[in-house]
Design a protein around this ligand. Structure first.
Ligand SMILES: Nc1ncnc2c1ncn2[C@@H]1O[C@H](COP(=O)(O)OP(=O)(O)OP(=O)(O)O)[C@@H](O)[C@H]1O
Ligand SMILES: [Mg+2]
Length: 428
């Protein structure tokens, strides 16, 4: 017999008639009990205690109705053994003499109720019905307890998941902090040697401009000669390009270093200027006008009316808008696709919002959580550094705001920059 009733078992118990095993070694009593209960119960009846125990070993019953005084075996003994076989069984004793002693002994065996001879049919039916109601309530209770246990386990499990998530977030946060420190250090280390390159490469290029006619003259007079293992006439063509590559490469390194520094938040910054967000957007759009023009024929900006000013670092915010618009330009697959930039004021939440929407390729859901990780890019081959959004996110965060991405792969992306307005300049 299952110790953990399911809802289905419980529902079945409510719907069915109880199975009752009747044991009495007096045939007349047995027959009369059978007749009385035939209608409301599924009845099995026997004169023999041994047979009753055999049946109890073979299949479950709801209720055992047993005589006490029997020749073959004492009724209470039968009940004791029966409850070993079926701990859930509800036992009712039938007794010819209701002494206190018998009652106490019966209660000790866990007997539920008594029926006294002579047996009155109504009383028998009512007693069995009461026992069955109790039995069903027990089944239902156990089911509820089981259900609560399961719910509790589920809650504990959910609690555990929440704890793990929190741990993960803390881990992520500490990772970002140490990454910031590392990044600032690395940026500094790279910056110094890169400055040598940036300063010296143009000088070397100038030197080459002076030396080149001399080498040309020599080649004209004496014929081609080798330089670094290659004929001068070939090297001559390449050197100018090589200088350009070196200078361009150094510029790119400088750009990355600058981005890393603002990501790491190591650059001094001024958040205290009262700034007009529309002016920021206009200036950003003007700065990337060329990119916009080559990416789309459908560009629009709508400036919200009567926007309050906010304390901000205008140049940094401009950088955010530039990064977002550039990403949108790079996401478009044809010039028909649109980009929309807009600003508005959410008077209730006291937030300024800059919205950049594009009809580009969109962002796969699995990438959403990584967009603002430094160096996350899907454009490495096209020269993407993966720093644009990490820098932007840092800037927005430093303004107390949030950066939100909503994207539908294949259809486009909307980025929302939310900036809270405060009446007072932030404490430095
Ligand atoms: N509007 C957008 N539409 C589709 N994908 C986007 C969009 N904006 C960002 N992404 C995705 O997020 C990635 C990271 O953007 P992020 O600006 O940080 O770096 P990047 O554009 O790859 O390189 P860069 O450092 O030059 O800006 C992009 O590579 C791209 O996959
Ligand atoms: Mg970018």
């Amino acid at each position: 017999m299952s110790a953990q009733p399911t809802a289905a078992q419980s529902a079945r118990a409510a719907a069915r008639r109880p199975s009752v095993l009747i044991l009495d070694d007096e045939e007349i009593v047995l027959e009369s009990l059978k007749d009385t209960l035939r209608e409301s119960c599924v009845v099995a009846a026997t004169l023999s205690p041994r047979e009753a125990l055999e049946w109890l070993a073979a299949r479950p019953y709801d209720i055992l109705l047993s005589d006490i005084m029997m020749e073959e075996m004492d009724g209470l003994e039968v009940i004791r053994r029966a409850r070993v076989l079926q701990p859930e069984l509800t036992a009712i004793v039938v007794t010819g003499y209701g002494t206190l002693e018998v009652a106490v002994a019966a209660l000790r065996e866990g007997v539920w109720d008594f029926l006294e001879k002579p047996l009155l049919p109504d009383v028998v039916v009512q007693t069995v019905a009461r026992a069955w109601r109790m039995r069903r309530a027990e089944i239902e209770n156990r089911r509820l307890v089981e259900e609560l246990k399961m719910r509790n386990e589920e809650l504990l499990r959910l609690g555990e998941v929440a704890r793990l998530q929190q741990e993960q977030q803390l881990f992520q946060a500490s990772r970002m902090v140490s990454l910031g420190t590392l990044v600032a250090g690395v940026a500094h280390e790279i910056n110094n040697p890169n400055n040598f390159i940036m300063l010296n490469a143009p000088f070397l290029r100038e030197v080459w401009q002076v030396v080149k006619p001399m080498a040309d003259a020599r080649a004209a007079e004496q014929g081609d000669f080798p330089i670094a293992g290659q004929p001068y006439t070939r090297v001559r063509e390449e050197i100018a390009l090589l200088f350009n590559d070196v200078i361009e490469g150094a510029r790119r390194i400088k750009h990355i270093v600058d981005e890393l520094r603002s990501y790491a938040g190591r650059d001094p910054s001024d958040y205290k200027c009262l700034t007009e967000i529309n002016a920021v957007v206009a200036s950003a759009v003007a700065l990337v006008a060329k990119n916009i023009k080559s990416a789309t024929a459908n560009f629009s900006v709508s400036y919200g009316d009567n926007l309050p000013k906010l304390y901000a670092d205008a140049q940094r915010l401009e950088q955010v808008v530039i990064n977002l618009v550039q990403n949108s330009c790079q996401a478009l697959t044809s010039r028909d696709r649109a980009i929309e930039v807009s600003t508005r004021y959410d008077g209730q939440g006291r937030n300024l919002e800059i919205r950049v929407r594009d009809e580009g390729v969109g962002i796969p859901p699995e990438n959403l959580s990584r967009l603002t990780d430094p160096f996350f890019t899907t454009k490495r081959d096209a020269g993407g550094t993966g720093l644009g959004l990490s820098v932007s996110a840092t800037i927005v965060k430093n303004h107390g705001g949030t950066l939100e991405f909503i994207s539908e792969p294949g259809r486009g992306t909307t980025v929302l920059v939310n900036l809270p307005i405060s009446k007072l300049p932030p404490a430095s």
